[in-house]
Design a protein around this ligand. Sequence first.
Ligand SMILES: Nc1ncnc2c1ncn2[C@@H]1O[C@H](COP(=O)(O)OP(=O)(O)O)[C@@H](O)[C@H]1O
Ligand SMILES: [Mg+2]
Length: 380
Amino acid sequence: MAANYLDFFDLNDDPFRMTPDIHYFYNSPEHSTALLSLEYCFKEKEGFCLLTGEPGTGKTTLMRLFVDKWKDRAEIALIMTPRLSPEEFFLAVLEDFKIPLISRSKNDQLKAFRDFLLTHAANDRRVAIIVDEAQQLPDTTLEELRLLSNLETEKEKLLQIILIGQPELRTKLGSQLLRQLNQRISVRVQLKPLNEVETSDYINTRLIRAGNSTLFANQKAKALIFKLSGGKPRRINLLSTRALMSAFLEGTKEVTATHVRKGAADVMESEMDEKEYSAAAARRRTKKNWLFAADPRGKASSRTPMAMILGILFLIAAGYAFYYFGYARPTTTLLEPVVTRASAPPLSPNPAAVTAGRISSATQSVQARQSSAKQELNAK
Ligand SMILES: Nc1ncnc2c1ncn2[C@@H]1O[C@H](COP(=O)(O)OP(=O)(O)O)[C@@H](O)[C@H]1O
Ligand SMILES: [Mg+2]
């Protein structure tokens, strides 16, 4: 099917494939500015740089292009799965730089890492850690990164760090806990979606690279793709592929707005299916949890144990019934346990206190790591 599809349109490749392929890079003003900022960050040894953008705006593609540009002049560790503890993160970095594990001691490994940085600095080669999807980095690992960035001489920074992530990364870095790291970020770039003219150029660029620029000659078709995609390249690719498919099934070589609409209906249908599926799953969950009064915002933590409330109401009602009909001396016997429980000390420790304890002990252990790492670094 795919071969027929490409043959039919005289294409030598799939023009809208969903991979961050730099061969298809379209240098929009947004992407160009972002690339220049990253270049500046490297050239000037700025230390920390931040690139954020909505999903599908081209961050990973841009990163691949940047790495390709610098690969002969720099040592780059690329961390693509950042849900790592500080220790795992450091090991992943060492592995990417091919720094052998000489000992189990972190101190020794840090020394080896610093030697590596100094050797490359002496040869005027940059050393960088680039983290994609960095919004997933645990706070403690972000702190570890800050400590690694302390590795510098009096004159210059030895390590460049580029964090790439979705907009929530900016929010995360704005938190009180990470303020020291946030203050160190000297270059910040935000990637925005393409505008209508750029969307049209983007589609043309990809078609030219794939071997046939005539397929989307219809401006209305491209205008509709822009409208439906919001100018996000990943969505432009998806809608364009579907539109091409729709034209192919009709045996037409030029894509029109009708093909885009038909293709988009497929996309939206599958998205609706996904939404329906999640809504049905949510309904099932709600049914299962009928005992709990769900918070309208869906926060599990603020759920009220409805069964407990119903139970207490039932006990009170039963108490009154006994009292009213004079069967016994119910108020004391039946209500007593409730009253007693209210005045008795809680059976289990206060959960808030437990959480606070855990947080403070976790913070302490991070602080311990920080201060020991700092001492190690200062000692050199
Ligand atoms: N400037 C660009 N030039 C060419 N293709 C791009 C560009 N930006 C994004 N894309 C395409 O859009 C898709 C999504 O981009 P990606 O870099 O994965 O976005 P993000 O990392 O921001 O989620 C990529 O697979 C790529 O095909
Ligand atoms: Mg990405």
